[in-house]
Ligand binder design. Structure first.
Ligand SMILES: [Zn+2]
Length: 563
């Protein structure tokens, strides 16, 4: 039945015009944008920004009816900037095609006060790596790019760790234009259902409370209403809770490593569109195009409000000290009207075990539970400033790329600061996007005296990037620089002791430090393994002595209350 149905879909697509089941090559995409820019020279420009790992620059199309093409002037005039990013996963090119068609139309008559920033294809290297097979479960187009970039990174995990030149080029665009709204276009994986397209929206709790309510209660419902009126009913992206959609759909926790989670750190409302992988390619492109048109009208009407809100949220963020840095999905459910297909369980011809099949002969529409409410499970309080030794070049480069203002110490000085020590952490067993990611981290602060040097970096926590600072420097936040391995060199001692020599020193230490001696005795009483392990006992005393290096387990990110 599925084969027949697929054949039918392919036939329909063929009748619609065989060319529509194709997507242009990277070169063709850029040529078409060049043509749009040439024929609308006053209002459209194709700009080369930073480099990508493929050795080609990242291209950005700006449509600006006022002909300014200047982000600062746009901000001064109260324009609303929206950023459309396509082809982060070039195997999911619906948005690449939809944006071309959308830009051709928008260039004719851009809405007043809107600046359209379109990244034609973000993952340039992946787009150049064309193939016909890597999207095993997708219905067309015939040929498309690959998910990994030129260095085989998934760019949609790279926004914080920034292992790629693409990410630095994106940050350049993002912080120059400071979009009010951001959409990242994709094609789905997963369940089968009726609508052509679904949306992931940033976890509203990631935004400043001023923006949160407007985003979740006004903008998102408006997008859903208008899209449905335009003939494209939307659904929240279908992550199933309990195996099939009927038992519930839950919202995705878009950590800052992902595009929309990252955008939210800087007060940009974001959505990810997921055109449905099994729908004919032309329908997916059309659904993505309808969504872009819907957004254009919603953003145009709400322009003044959204621009004012972002500005107010930025000031409030610069003045705030405490930020939520980890979120968890609650059990609170609303309902969504869901049009899908009943799932059957039948024996697999491959494994002989039960398999799931969505039966398109059994369509249904019913209200299903939607779990979309998150709550903060952790807060981090920023100091007045962070002080970062100049040796932490990778960290400093990422702060700079993300528009974080900092100064450098003019002279050497000793400062009393708070250091964060890692208490416990776990590490994944296999590499994840080029890293051995840590998680379940716990840390504690301790006052220490540190010698800083001229040229070390002082980052004041009084800026609109405060939320970003909280996430990357709270070691317990899931996407902190610590968890992404920036400080792994501090997780191993550089100096040690020899047992036979330290024996006498340890005895001396216990004699002089009665508090430590008491703790030591208690530990021996409580922990029989410890009591039987002479090396562990010496290690315990070493760790609590002046001989243990202060750098061990200490993050090279210091907090000061004086700035
Ligand atoms: Zn994708």
């Amino acid at each position: 039945m599925r084969t027949l149905f697929t054949a039918f879909l392919l036939l329909t697509a063929t009748l619609c015009g065989a060319q529509e089941n194709t997507t242009p090559t990277y070169g063709e995409v850029i040529s078409r944008y060049e043509a749009i820019a040439r024929s609308h020279a006053k209002t459209v420009r194709l700009i080369e920004t930073g480099q990508t790992d493929a050795g080609l620059p990242l291209q950005l199309l700006i449509i600006d009816g006022s002909g300014r093409f200047d982000p600062e002037q746009s901000r001064a005039k109260g324009d609303l900037v929206w950023l459309i990013m396509n082809g982060i996963h070039p195997g999911e090119p619906c948005g690449i095609d939809a944006s071309l068609r959308f830009a051709e139309k928008a260039a004719e008559k851009p809405k007043e006060g809107l600046v359209y920033a379109i990244i034609p294809v973000y993952n340039v290297g992946g787009a150049l790596n064309r193939n016909r097979t890597s999207r095993a479960n997708q219905n067309g187009p015939e040929e498309y790019g690959f998910r990994g970039n030129a260095k085989n990174y998934d760019l949609n995990r790279d926004f914080i760790k920034a292992d790629t030149e693409n990410t630095f080029a994106f940050a350049e665009i993002f912080h120059a234009w400071q979009p009010h709204f951001f959409i990242d276009t994709h094609t789905s994986n997963g369940a089968d259902y009726a609508p052509n397209i679904t949306l992931i929206r940033t976890v509203p709790e990631r935004l400043h409370p001023m923006q949160r309510t407007v985003f979740s209660r006004e903008i998102m419902p408006e997008i859903f209403r208008r899209s449905e009126a335009a003939g494209e009913p939307l659904l929240p992206y279908v992550n199933t809770r309990g195996g099939v959609p009927e038992t519930g759909i839950y919202a995705f926790n878009d950590l800052p490593r992902y595009s929309t989670g990252y955008a939210a750190l800087f007060g940009t409302m974001g959505i990810i569109s997921e055109a449905h992988m099994l729908k004919p390619y032309p329908d997916r492109v059309q659904a993505t195009l309808t969504l872009l048109e819907t957004l254009e009208s919603v953003l145009s009407e709400r322009r003044e409000n959204l621009v004012a809100l972002k500005k107010a949220a930025e000031s409030a963020t610069a003045a705030a000290k405490e930020f939520p840095t980890a979120f968890r999905l609650t059990d609170e459910a609303s309902t969504v009207e869901f049009s899908g297909f009943r799932a059957d369980t039948l024996p697999s011809k491959v494994t002989g075990l039960p398999r799931l099949r969505y039966n398109r002969n059994k369509p249904f529409t019913e209200k299903v539970p939607y779990y979309g409410t998150f709550e903060a499970e952790r807060f981090f309080t920023l100091p007045a400033a962070f002080i970062i030794p100049q040796s932490q070049k990778e960290v400093i480069a990422r702060l700079e790329a993300n528009g974080i203002a900092f100064e450098r110490l003019e002279k050497d000085e000793v400062r009393e600061v708070t250091a964060r020590y890692i208490d416990t952490y776990e590490t994944v067993n296999g590499p994840y996007e080029g890293h051995y990611l840590h998680h379940n981290t716990s840390a504690f602060g301790k006052k220490v005296s540190v010698q800083f040097r001229a040229g070390d970096v002082v980052v004041p926590c009084n800026q609109k990037g405060n939320r970003y600072l909280a996430h990357v420097f709270d070691p317990e936040s899931p996407d902190s620089f610590f968890n992404w391995n920036f400080f792994d060199a501090f997780l191993m001692r550089k100096e040690y002791f020899s047992d036979y020599l330290f024996e006498d020193t340890a005895a001396e230490i216990l004699k002089r430090n009665t508090m430590l001696a008491k703790k030591f005795e208690e530990k021996k009483q409580e922990d029989p393994d410890f009591a039987a392990d002479s090396r562990a006992q010496l290690e315990f005393i070493y760790k609590h002595s002046k001989y243990s290096e202060p750098e061990f387990m200490r993050l090279p990110i210091f907090e000061t209350d004086h700035f």
